[in-house]
Design a protein around this ligand. Structure first.
Ligand code: ADP
Ligand code: ZN
Length: 744
């Protein structure tokens, strides 16, 4: 607790006053000056409590300031209250906060708040008390009547060094008053409960699997990047099933040997049970985890153990990037191409890109691992900024799966069905051989659209420009944007015709229905965020598949990431065209990556080669051809050429502005004002304002501007000047998205 000290007492010129700038986790840009009381000494990175208006806030000492800087006179300054009982932030993190704020055009305090994401973790946890039998205790000496209950406690505590009160009560079978009377009489003494360590340092020296020669060479390169102890970026580019995880585990071991911390980011942290098992096997203990499923106590414990250096390896979702590691020795981004690393609300940042900055400031290496690296990372490899380490083959001689596009115009599914005859046949054969199949469709629910047969009315969300998705298992229609839902109506809400509503198109539930009709004997399972919620359910799902208690999986993109299921041999992509359209310049790249990743789940075991069927209306599309020919490089080269010509990222810069308001006229007015002052110049283009494809979202009307620039034009100063000059009404929300990935 801080002693209170707030009387402003500016001492004479001879007294050694110190003035510091303090960063506060508030939506404001700057730092605030405070004086340091003479009885404490602080340095940049220290956590302190300061008075701020009527409140007390936790802040971070940012830098020392000259006493007589003239922006605020000394007698206007307040004193820091106290220093918190917590390790200091590494100065590298302060620089990181400044950098991210400047890059994303966000107030620095908002980024700092992401670092201080667990405010109560900055206070030392209260140490709990146990009781022990007083060493001097004897019944004779004690002024205490002997009862059976008291005797039971004394007997128990003669055996035990110390116990929590509740345990004494339970084990001696007595009530609280019995324990209290013994405490009062001095028979039991309070003792601090020893702190049990929640995190254990993994052992880098346990022997891992024997690496194949190619893996060994790759691991050697990663290990030496760690031993170099300086900033570098390595793209670990290895086909699905090549053993990238085992290879980068060697780099983790090297960092641990140096006593440094390691951060691993995964795109879907709820689904990491296989990863955690492998980690435990290799290093003997579990790593720390950081994701939204942690409760308050776990978050506090983890944050504090990170900053104190107790956590050695942490695996987390993108927000882990802002955890206060003091001695980071390695960052790994697994599945670095995955769009889940882009944060799409609040501060919009890409964790992969920001991890490069984090690594640079912490002077440590970064490994970007993927079977389908992003165009951004490959471009950096081509320019010599990143190193590339390649694993060209699957481990243990497993063959890459055979990828077969199925032309839906020729291989036509039955009426009202979604699976082409060749795919049905392949699943049938696999099931008969006792192997598993996976049907992939990136659509939750039963049907993406419900239509009235009689009047043509489409059921839409009242607050979003989106159709309501039928979830038959829940007997509901749901909006996937805002969560609005209603029970499936019996009649059309518009023309009131009964039994007239028909589902259009398939979601995973509808494909599962077809599977159960076609393969009544097979055990099928739907895997989506509706059926697999959270890490426990995910681990259960993995073990069901591993134990071969399911024959056919029907899943959304949740199932495309990283799994290793040796008995899975057939993959069918129900709608391979789904991601290809929509005017997003990354559509082809993303489709290629997603389909390649899904395909990569098949045939990962030498004994069980895999086949992948892509149902498509456009078998000649470059994405389908590249997948079928297993020619990633040609596809990327063609894609890069197109983008370079259009100066699209990574060959140009891009930013988006998204404006929204509950009143359409007011957002339009704001846009018109911005448009009047829009920047122009050589190598710079501003498009918009245009209604966003999701024009209405959660009751707010949305408009977008898109800004594109040549590589040598930095967008931040241009945007900053533009946006600072225009005053928007407070009801209008403006969100700046540097390097946008989502154009909806
Ligand atoms: P990737 O991430 O490249 O798709 P994984 O790291 O998941 O590949 O490896 C695929 C499978 O092969 C895993 O079950 C992994 O444990 C196994 N594996 C990889 N390398 C080795 C090795 N050297 N010895 C034993 N098993 C290995
Ligand atoms: Zn909605």
């Amino acid at each position: 607790m801080c002693p209170s000290n707030n009387a402003i007492d500016v001492k004479g010129p001879e007294s050694p006053l110190t003035r510091v700038a303090v960063g506060l986790p508030l939506p404001m840009a700057g730092v605030y000056d405070y004086l340091v009381p003479s009885d404490i000494s602080v340095k940049p990175g220290d956590l302190v409590t300061v008075p701020f208006g009527p409140r007390k806030l936790t802040g971070v000492v940012w830098s020392f300031r000259d006493l007589d800087v003239d922006d605020l006179p000394l007698d206007k300054l307040k004193y820091i209250d106290c220093q918190l009982d917590c390790s200091a932030l590494d100065p590298a993190i302060l620089k990181f906060v400044e950098w991210v704020a400047a890059y994303t055009l966000s107030p620095q305090g908002v980024i700092l708040r992401m670092v201080l994401s667990v405010p109560d973790a900055t206070e030392a946890p209260k140490q709990k008390l146990d009781y022990a039998l007083a060493s001097s205790f004897s019944w004779e000496a004690a002024d205490l009547r002997k009862t059976a209950a008291r005797e039971a406690v004394v007997a128990l505590m003669t055996e035990q060094r110390q116990l929590p009160q509740k345990d004494i009560e339970r084990r001696a079978g007595v009530g609280a008053s019995v324990v209290k009377s013994l405490v009062k009489a001095g028979a039991l003494e309070a003792k601090l409960r020893p702190i049990t360590k929640a995190f254990h340092w993994p052992s880098p020296d346990l022997s891992g699997p024997t690496l194949a020669p190619e893996q060994d060479t790759a691991a050697g390169k990663l290990v030496s990047s760690v031993e170099d102890n300086k900033f570098s970026v390595t793209v670990l580019d290895g086909v699905t099933g090549s053993g990238k995880t085992e290879v980068y585990f060697e780099a983790i071991a090297a960092a641990l040997k140096q006593g440094r911390q390691v951060m691993v980011l995964l795109p879907e942290i709820a689904l990491t049970s296989q990863w955690l098992d492998r980690f435990k096997q290799r290093f003997g203990v579990m790593p720390a985890e950081w994701h939204s499923d942690l409760n308050g106590r776990e978050r506090r414990q983890c944050w504090r153990a990170v900053i104190s250096g107790e956590v050695a390896v942490l695996v987390g979702a993108r927000s882990a990037l802002f955890l206060p590691f003091p001695k980071l020795g390695l960052i790994i981004i697994d599945e670095e191409h995955d769009q889940a690393f882009k944060q799409e609300d609040g501060v919009r940042y890409h964790a992969r890109d920001m991890s490069v900055v984090r690594a640079k400031q912490s002077k440590c290496p970064l490994i970007l691992s993927s079977a389908t690296p992003s165009m951004e990372s490959l471009n950096n490899v081509n320019h010599g900024r990143y190193i590339r380490v390649i694993l060209p083959r699957r481990f243990a001689g497993a063959k890459p799966p055979k990828i077969i596009p199925l032309d839906l115009k020729i291989d036509v599914p039955d009426r009202g069905a979604w699976l082409a005859p060749s795919l049905v046949e392949a699943i049938k054969e696999a099931t008969e051989r006792g192997e598993q199949s996976l049907l992939f469709l990136n659509r939750r629910g039963y049907a993406p659209l419900t239509l009235c047969r009689s009047c043509g009315h489409r059921l839409e969300c009242p607050s979003c420009s989106a159709w309501l998705v039928e979830h038959r298992l829940l007997k509901k229609l749901q909006c996937h944007h805002c969560g609005y839902g209603l029970p499936l109506p019996e009649a059309c809400p518009k023309c009131e015709e009964k039994q007239s509503l028909v589902p259009c198109g398939p979601g995973v539930e509808r494909v599962a229905e077809e599977v159960s009709l076609r393969f009544p004997e097979a055990r099928a399972m739907v895997v989506s965020s509706d059926t697999v919620r959270g890490p426990v359910a995910a681990a259960e799902f993995v073990s069901i598949v591993e134990r071969k208690e399911v024959d056919i999986l029907i899943g959304t993109q949740l199932i495309s990431k990283g799994y290793h299921f040796p008995h899975l041999t057939v993959v069918g992509v129900v709608d391979a065209d789904l991601g290809l359209f929509g005017g997003d310049f990354r559509a082809s790249e993303r489709s290629f990556q997603l389909l390649q990743q899904v395909a990569g789940r098949a045939g990962r075991d030498l004994e069980h080669p895999g086949k992948v069927f892509l149902q498509t209306h456009d078998p000649n599309h470059p994405v389908m051809c590249a997948l079928a020919a297993n020619d990633r490089d040609a596809f990327y080269a063609a894609e890069a050429k197109e983008r370079a010509e259009a100066k699209m990222p990574p060959f140009g810069r891009m930013a988006a502005l998204i404006l929204s308001d509950t009143k359409e006229s007011s957002v339009d007015e704001a846009c018109a004002r911005l448009a009047r002052d829009a920047p122009n110049g050589k190598g710079l283009q501003v498009w918009g304002p245009a209604p966003a494809p999701i024009t209405l979202l959660r009751g707010r009307y949305r408009r977008r501007f898109l800004i594109q620039a040549d590589l040598d034009n930095r967008l931040q100063p241009i945007l900053f000047k533009w946006l600072s000059a225009v005053k928007l009404p407070s009801s209008v929300r403006l969100s700046v998205d540097i390097d946008p990935y989502n154009f909806l």
